[in-house]
Design a protein around this ligand. Structure first.
Ligand code: CA
Ligand code: CA
Ligand code: CA
Length: 283
């Protein structure tokens, strides 16, 4: 295939300024005028089980281009064991590894590489400490600590922390958040007052809810809202009181300045896993 270097430059410029407005069915015979096709994928990294819609663009020698209907091209994914692709260009990640997506249209072809990473295993994540009744300035010194008891590091992006008030704004871990195997991370409101008291900065800031000293619940949940771990303090909140299986209804019940901390025992989902003591953010 031959085309001029100016055309290649034009094509690169076009790719850099975004994608065409709308998919437009090429007029009959128009495909003969295309000099190249270009595959677009919305993500270079997928988690196993995730899907994405690929798109295909066709370029003419004069630099103009069309988006083609996905089904008008033939699509192929490497050997298919890492990811699969449907006739309508929906790519589904199957297993960890490097993969490439190829589209063929009217004698032209293009390929895009992407990576499939394992879906995070949240089963080792627990709420390890909740400092709900610190000294003044109360809410600035409150924190929630998460521990990863799993054998592998874990992606936290999209996970949420929320207190026991349905109208609270949850804290959402941003893209790129992670916790190493055996690690602990601390989430708090802000940095300066926290550092002034604890001599350590929280790993994450931006918590908007305050933790009630007279009865509170804290939930760690995934992006779909499934609760991964829960702790009920002082009997829980009025909206989320401690359930019967929590056991001792008002436990943990910590003095002002203390923190509720998970004991180094297997997670039983009951108040027996918890005790009160000096706050230990990040350790
Ligand atoms: Ca207090
Ligand atoms: Ca409080
Ligand atoms: Ca701790």
């Amino acid at each position: 295939m031959k085309f001029c270097s100016a055309c290649v430059l034009l094509w690169a410029l076009c790719l850099a300024c975004g994608y065409p407005e709308e998919y437009r069915e090429p007029a009959g015979g128009e495909s003969a005028a295309y000099v190249a096709v270009s595959v677009y994928i919305p993500a270079a990294r997928l988690r196993t089980g995730e899907s994405m819609q690929a798109r295909l663009f066709a370029l003419r020698a004069d630099g103009t281009r069309d988006e083609l209907a996905p089904a008008s091209a033939s699509w192929e994914c490497g050997d298919g064991s890492v990811a699969s692709v449907s006739e309508s260009a929906v790519v589904t990640a199957v297993s960890e590894g490097a993969e490439s997506l190829t589209a063929r249209y009217a004698g032209l072809a293009d390929e895009r590489a992407f990576t499939v990473v394992p879906a995070p295993d949240y089963s080792g994540l627990v709420i390890a400490e909740v400092c709900y009744d610190p000294p003044a300035p109360e809410t600035d010194l409150e924190f929630i600590e998460i521990e990863n008891r799993g054998a592998r590091g874990c992606d936290l992006a999209g996970l949420q922390l929320i207190d026991g008030t349905g109208s609270s704004t949850p804290f959402t871990f941003p893209e790129g958040s992670a916790i190493p195997a055996g690690g602990r991370i601390t989430v708090a409101r802000g940095r300066d007052a926290f550092f002034a008291y604890y001599s350590i900065y929280p790993d994450f800031t931006g918590v908007n809810f305050a933790l009630n000293n007279a009865g509170e619940a804290v939930f760690l949940r995934d992006g779909a809202g499934t609760v991964l771990d829960a702790v009920y303090l002082e009997g829980g909140s009025s909206e989320f009181p401690a359930p019967a299986e929590w056991g001792a209804a008002k436990s943990p019940s910590c003095a002002d300045g203390q923190s509720a901390a998970r004991l180094p025992v297997p997670d039983s989902g009951t108040s027996a896993d918890w005790s009160c003591g000096e706050p230990t953010p990040g350790r």
